[in-house]
Design a binder for this molecule. Structure first.
Ligand code: NAG
Ligand code: NAG
Ligand code: NAG
Ligand code: NAG
Length: 248
């Protein structure tokens, strides 16, 4: 089960988005009117993207959501399937391979062997980028490309989880709201997939505290004091030897 506070946050977010289910039925058994609700409204469609989205049970990947049999009231099903459309891009066929380069200058990847996202090397992310929808290439570049060491031109239209003055750690693994965990990098990537109201700001609101660390001011120069304390230790040692000498 989710931690109560997070559940409240997510429930509140959903309440602003969806019309509440108004049956008033408090039975724990499935109330009347629930329907099968596959992620893709057209059941012959599949999902072919790397994205995740925030559901009221927590963060789920498109693949997990696609694989889960779920029954919902019709109005919730509409919302669920709209995630299938916007974020997961349910489609009849995988997108055609294309030549998206994580480095926008078309150059080779500086750090192919880096696991920018835990469990996934940059070289694999480069391949995944060419298999996702082509119009998502700028998102790949501005998130995964930067995590993998490319020096990409800054694009202000891209959602970043951290505000200025905070450092983002894409490899950090955080609580995905249910029992699952997810890397901050994958969350930031996904924050750019949702169009409309359940995107960037909600990701920032929920994950900023976990994924961002304040950039500390440089520490003041303490070499002077270090020198002094070394000298002090020196004199204590000398004094101790003096005492020893006197005893001998
Ligand atoms: C989370 O884990 C607890 C204990 O392991 C389990 O009882 C609960 O059903 C899990 N919740 C979800 C959403 O998987
Ligand atoms: C349906 O959506 C409403 C409003 O967000 C929510 O309160 C309710 O828990 C949802 N029902 C289910 C079964 O997910
Ligand atoms: C589902 O998609 C297939 C392939 O694009 C199409 O032929 C079919 O009519 C669609 N079914 C529905 C119910 O829309
Ligand atoms: C990154 O690109 C900017 C502008 O394109 C350039 O000024 C900077 O020197 C580059 N940094 C590195 C590390 O290559």
């Amino acid at each position: 089960m989710m931690i109560a506070k997070q559940q409240t946050i997510v429930a509140a977010l959903f309440a602003t988005l969806f019309v509440a289910h108004a049956s008033g039925n408090l039975l724990s058994a499935e109330p009347e009117g629930y329907i099968d609700c596959p992620l893709c409204a057209n059941e012959t469609f599949g999902v072919y993207t790397y994205g995740t989205f925030i559901a009221d049970s927590g963060v789920v990947s498109c693949q997990e959501a696609f694989d889960t049999d779920i029954r919902l009231p019709p109005e919730n099903c509409t919302a669920w399937q709209s995630r299938g459309e916007d974020v997961c891009r349910c489609a009849a066929e995988p997108p055609e391979n294309h030549d998206c380069k994580l480095c926008d200058d078309g150059g080779s990847l500086p750090e192919g062997a880096l696991a920018a996202i835990p469990g996934t090397f940059c070289a694999q992310l480069q391949v995944d980028a060419t298999r996702d929808f082509q119009d998502r290439c700028p998102i790949w570049q501005q998130t995964m490309g930067n995590y993998c060491g490319c020096n990409n031109t800054y694009d202000a239209s891209i959602c970043r989880i951290c505000t200025e003055g905070y450092k983002f750690d894409p490899a950090k693994v955080v609580d995905g709201l249910d029992n699952s965990t997810i890397s901050c990098g994958r969350l930031e990537f996904s924050a750019n997939l949702a169009s409309g109201d359940f995107g960037c700001r909600e990701y920032q609101f929920i994950f900023e505290s976990q994924c961002c660390e304040k950039i500390e001011e440089a520490l003041p120069d303490i070499s002077g004091t270090t020198g002094a304390s070394v000298m002090m230790i020196g004199s204590v040692v000398v004094a101790a030897f003096g005492v020893l000498n006197m005893l001998l």
